[in-house]
Ligand binder design. Structure first.
Ligand SMILES: [Zn+2]
Length: 369
């Protein structure tokens, strides 16, 4: 079997594992940088490898519209197209359709929408999402789901029912996980009974992994933690669990503590382009005047190229001058910061001192007294 998951060590609910795919093994917990347009913005694959990145997410919606998934298929699939030989995950396109596109019709069969690029009309269904993701060729692909406001119960009830029905059609369209493993997505917002219905139904379809969708989209951190508290225990122990779109350092700590294995988030590269750096003492704005003559690295505890070679003063200058090198260096640092953070938690799970690590990290990162 080319896709399988081994749990190596547990501590409380947290797990250290290894996820095996056709394009290599991934140590979990793992943080996946996001390559929306088949590129992690400004960061070449060589640097991602150096930083220890092993899984990259690419967006189905964007690549379907441009350059087109059939073109990517004809050129050998995403790994070859983006020159990334390691594992790739694609989302289903659902999240972007509901957040970016102008929706003209949503019904039980699928969604008709206008492209945010040129206004052209497109239709996405569970079957077409599977076809597009098969063309793109990622190692992990996702069921087409309907994401909804996590606190709007009436809409969530429809979204869970629809996501369940669509999961059946995705499974029928993609019954074999040998080349590409199809994950189900648990919806239900912050409601325990809806998450329960969704998780129980999806498990009847026996997916090789399960994602928790519809979080980090406006609910409070307490609501997210509570939702993880009642959702993770009802997912199978021997399958990987993926928390979609979550990447804040404190959220990673809380979620790993509760048993999540896979994460993705655009945050590290998005905030880098706004001049923000992640540090053990919280997020800092590198454009601030206080860094103008500071010869220290962005983060003295970090081993990335940005922190080994450059001063805060120089990074600030690059950002003020809107030089691309500034966005690149901060993206490298922010991605490495999250990967190192997750690697440290994995080591702590194996070493048996995860809660000490998490408490010390949160104390300092959130500046709690
Ligand atoms: Zn760094």
């Amino acid at each position: 079997m080319s896709f399988y998951f081994d749990v190596i060590k547990t501590q409380g609910n947290a797990r250290a594992g290894v996820l095996h795919t056709l394009h290599g093994a991934i140590e979990t917990p793992v943080f996946a940088p996001v390559g929306t347009q088949a590129t992690v913005k400004t960061v070449p694959p060589r640097d991602l490898e150096d930083m220890g990145a092993r899984l990259v997410l690419a967006n189905t919606y964007h690549l379907h519209l441009r350059p087109g998934d059939e073109l990517v298929r004809d050129l050998g699939g995403l790994h070859r197209f983006m020159a990334w030989p390691h594992p790739v995950l694609t989302d289903s396109g659902g999240f972007q359709v509901f957040s970016l596109a102008q929706i003209s019709r949503i019904d039980d069969d699928g969604v008709t929408f206008r492209s945010h690029i040129d206004g052209s009309l497109h239709r996405l269904t569970p079957e077409s999402s599977m076809q597009i993701q098969e063309n793109l060729g990622a190692d992990i692909i996702m069921c087409f789901d309907q994401c909804a406001n996590p606190t709007d119960r009436a809409i969530l009830e429809t979204s869970v029912a629809r996501t369940n029905a669509w999961a059946v059609r995705c499974r029928e369209a993609h019954p074999d996980d040998t080349q590409q493993a199809l994950f189900g997505i648990v919806q239900g917002g912050i409601y325990e009974d809806l998450r329960g219905q969704s998780a129980a139904f999806l498990q009847t379809l026996d997916f090789p992994g399960y994602a928790i969708g519809g979080l980090a989209v406006g609910e409070t951190k307490e609501q997210m933690c509570r939702t993880l508290d009642f959702t993770l225990p009802i997912l199978p122990d021997d399958k990987p669990r993926y928390l979609m779109g979550v990447g804040e350092p404190d959220d990673l700590a809380q979620a790993i503590l509760r048993g999540v294995d896979i994460f993705d988030c655009v945050m590290p590269t998005r905030v880098a382009r706004h001049g923000a750096a992640l540090t053990p003492d919280g997020r800092i704005n590198m454009r601030n005047l206080q860094h103008a003559r500071d010869e220290n690295p962005v983060d003295e505890t970090c081993d990335c190229y940005c922190c080994r070679r450059f001063t805060r003063a120089y990074i600030r200058h690059l950002l003020k001058a809107e030089e691309i090198l500034g966005y690149y260096l901060l993206s490298v640092h922010n991605i490495r910061f999250l990967i190192k953070h997750v690697q440290a938690m994995r080591a702590a799970i194996v070493g048996g001192d995860l809660s000490e690590y998490v408490n010390a990290f949160l104390q300092r990162y959130l500046q709690l007294a």
